[in-house]
Design a binder for this molecule. Structure first.
Ligand code: E4P
Length: 235
């Protein structure tokens, strides 16, 4: 596999997958979000988080607040932070009314709570968030590069700019979120991101990194041949 310096986090909320990845030490950390938890069928947030934390103790894992009111977000953030030392509390950059969560980010981070600021799509948001973070407390700034790309915009130059903005904060890590393909790992590393979070589907394809293309062409032809043979095609 190609040499990687970027940290790879697993993005998902399937407990078995998370525990397997933790035991095999195949990833450097974990991210979850309410949508991933819903997709995985999580009904009891706290029970899920505590079961996962009982297994994952030595790397960081992000759990997101889910209220829309800032004071409720604060209550949830404090509760989530109390569940373990290896937690980044995920705070969305704004609530559904478009209110910037900066003051809450500043307050929690000033107390030394590790945060992951999420749902960021613009360089302007990164600038605003950076002004609320301390350099000596761990934090992650999650920029949804994949969602930017979904709009037809190449996220590369923006990601490079975000890396520059966050450079003065030694304990702040730029995370490439909503990755779509293995190529994003190389792109994220080249942009200066510290972390990329990837779904299980991409983790399964990690062995493809740096694969010889002639070999891959041969594998592709073999698959076509096997499938045609299995289907018994005749013309
Ligand atoms: C990770 O922290 C993000 O929540 C996740 O990567 C978002 O992915 P999506 O944009 O594909 O939903």
């Amino acid at each position: 596999m190609k040499d990687l310096t970027i940290k790879i986090f697993a993005d998902g909320a399937n407990k078995d997958d998370m525990i397997a990845a933790s035991r095999s030490k195949s990833v450097d950390g974990f991210t979850t979000n309410p949508s991933l938890m819903r997709k995985a069928g999580v009904a009891d947030y706290e029970k899920f988080a505590k079961e996962v934390l009982a297994e994952i103790k030595d790397v960081f894992i992000s759990f997101e607040v889910f209220s829309d009111e800032i004071d409720q977000m604060e209550r949830e953030a404090r509760k989530i932070a109390s569940w373990g030392k290896n937690i980044h509390v995920k705070i969305p950059v704004q609530n559904t009314k478009g209110i910037f969560t900066g003051p809450l980010i500043k307050k929690l981070h000033a107390e030394g709570i590790p945060l992951n600021i999420t749902a960021i799509l613009t360089v302007e948001q990164v600038k605003n968030v950076a002004s609320c973070l301390r350099g000596d407390v761990p934090s992650i700034v999650s920029v949804f590069a994949g969602r930017v790309a979904d709009t037809g915009v190449d996220p590369i130059s923006a990601m490079k700019e975000c890396a520059k903005i966050l450079k003065p904060l030694p304990k702040c890590e730029l995370l490439w979120a909503s990755s779509r393909e293995v190529l994003n790992i190389i792109q994220a590393q080249d942009c200066g991101c510290h972390i990329i979070t990837v779904t299980n589907d991409i983790i399964k394809k990690l062995s493809m990194l740096g694969k010889d293309l002639n070999e891959l062409s041969l594998d592709t032809v073999k698959t076509f041949f096997e499938d045609s043979t299995k289907s018994g095609f005749k013309i």
